[in-house]
Write a protein that binds this ligand. Structure first.
Ligand code: FER
Length: 350
C-alpha cells in the first residue's frame, strides 16, 4: 500500500515536471528538429502531384538550430526551394517605419520589417500583399527574410517562375505591437494581442504608401477597398494573430487567411463564429495546416479551426476553407509547406 502511494506521488511528480512552461517549450521546439522525422516525410501531402521530383529531401547539413530552419528536410518540391539568381529572382528590402507602442503608453517609435518584392517589380503594376507572421520566440527575421538564402523568397521566386502564381509582395514584420523584443518576456507576449492596431494604423498604410499595391493610398483612405488583395498568415503565435486579429478584428482589411499550427489562446471556432455574425466581408480563403504530433498547437488549432465550417456558414470546406493535418511537429517543415500551399491559394478568387 505504502509503495503504491509512493509510486503515485512519483508519477504525479513526473507529470507535473512534464507540464513545465508551455511557452518555453514552444520556443525550444521552434528551434529544434529531428532528422528521423525528415526521412519519414511523404510527398503525398503536397497539394501538387510530387511525381518523381521530390528525391533529395534529406540531403541537407546544418550548423545552428536557426539555420536548420531553412535547411530542414523539405516537404516542398526541390525545384520550388532552389535559390534563383537569374531573371526570376525577386529582391528583399529592409524597411523602417513609424509605429506606436500600443501595448504600452502609445509612444511613437521606429520599427523594422522585411519585404519581398517579386522579380521585375515595377511601379507600373499593382501587387497583392501578404503579411507573414512569426512565432512567440521569433521576430521579423524568423521566416529568414533577412537572408539572401531566404526560403520564402525561393518559394515565391519559383512559384512565379513556373507560372503557379501571380507573384505578390510578402512582408515579415515583428508581430509585437510595441517597443518590445523577444527578450522582454511577458510584456512582449501581451503585445502580440494588440497588433491589429499597428496593422491598421501603421504597417499597412506604410506599405500602401511606399509600394505599388492595389490600395488607393491617401490620408484617411478606406482600407477595406483593397481587402481582396491582402492576405495575412502566420506560424503558431502568428497563427493565433491570423485568427484573433486577422479574422477577428481586421476582416475589413484582409480577404485571405492562413494559420499554421495556431497557438494556444487562438479564439475557438464558436467565438470566431459569433464575432463574424452579420459580417458582410467575404472570406475568400481560410487555409489551415497543423502537424498531428504538434504537442504545442494541435489541440488549440483544432479547437480554433477544425469545426469552423460546422459552426459558421461563412466557411465552406473545399470552397473557401481547408483544414490540412499530417504527420509533423511544431516546426518549419510544416510551416514552409503551409506557406507554399497558402501562397497558391491566396489571391485566387479575384
Ligand atoms: C502557449 C504555448 C505556446 C502560448 C503560446 C505558445 C500564448 C506559442 C508558441 C509559438 O509561437 O511557437 O501556452 O500561449
Amino acid at each position: 500500500m505504502k509503495n503504491k502511494v509512493l509510486a503515485g506521488i512519483l508519477v504525479m511528480g513526473l507529470l507535473l515536471t512534464g507540464c513545465g512552461n508551455d511557452i518555453e517549450k514552444a520556443i525550444a521546439q521552434e528551434t529544434s528538429y529531428s532528422e528521423e522525422a525528415d526521412s519519414a516525410i511523404s510527398d503525398e501531402i503536397l497539394l501538387e502531384d510530387a511525381s518523381s521530383e521530390n528525391t533529395d529531401a534529406s540531403s541537407s547539413s546544418t550548423t545552428t538550430p536557426q539555420e536548420a530552419h531553412a535547411e530542414v528536410g523539405n516537404m516542398v518540391l526541390p525545384r520550388y526551394t532552389a535559390l534563383r539568381t537569374d531573371e526570376g529572382a525577386g529582391t528583399i528590402e529592409r524597411i523602417t517605419y513609424t509605429a506606436h507602442d500600443y501595448a504600452g503608453d502609445g509612444h511613437e517609435f521606429t520599427k523594422e520589417a522585411n519585404i519581398y518584392l517579386p522579380a521585375g517589380y515595377s511601379e507600373d503594376k499593382k501587387y497583392n500583399v501578404m503579411i507573414l507572421l512569426h512565432g512567440i520566440g521569433g521576430d521579423e527575421d524568423e521566416w529568414g527574410m533577412n537572408k539572401s538564402t531566404s526560403r520564402v523568397k525561393a518559394i515565391m521566386d519559383n512559384l512565379a517562375y513556373y507560372g503557379d502564381i501571380e507573384s505578390f509582395i510578402v512582408v515579415t514584420p515583428n508581430g509585437r505591437a510595441g517597443d518590445y523584443k523577444a527578450e522582454n518576456g511577458s510584456s512582449a507576449i501581451d503585445s502580440f494581442y494588440v497588433f491589429g492596431q499597428e496593422l491598421r494604423n501603421d504597417l499597412i498604410p506604410y506599405i500602401d504608401s511606399h509600394y505599388s499595391t492595389y490600395a488607393d493610398y491617401k490620408e484617411g483612405y478606406d482600407l477595406s477597398e483593397a481587402r481582396a488583395h491582402r492576405a495575412i498568415a502566420g506560424l503558431s503565435m502568428g497563427g493565433m494573430q491570423t485568427i484573433n486579429i486577422g479574422i477577428g478584428e481586421c476582416v475589413d482589411m484582409f480577404g485571405y487567411f492562413g494559420a499554421f499550427s495556431a497557438a494556444p489562446t487562438s479564439n475557438i471556432a464558436s467565438k470566431t463564429a459569433s464575432i463574424l455574425e452579420g459580417n458582410e466581408y467575404p472570406i475568400y480563403y481560410f487555409y489551415n495546416i497543423c502537424g498531428l504530433q504538434d504537442r504545442t498547437a494541435y489541440s488549440s488549432h483544432s479547437a480554433a479551426a477544425k469545426t469552423l465550417p460546422s459552426v459558421c456558414n461563412q466557411f465552406v470546406d473545399g470552397e473557401n476553407y481547408m483544414w490540412q493535418e499530417l504527420d509533423g511537429q511544431h516546426d518549419f517543415r510544416i510551416w514552409y509547406l503551409g506557406f507554399y500551399n497558402f501562397a497558391q491559394l491566396a489571391f485566387s478568387k479575384e
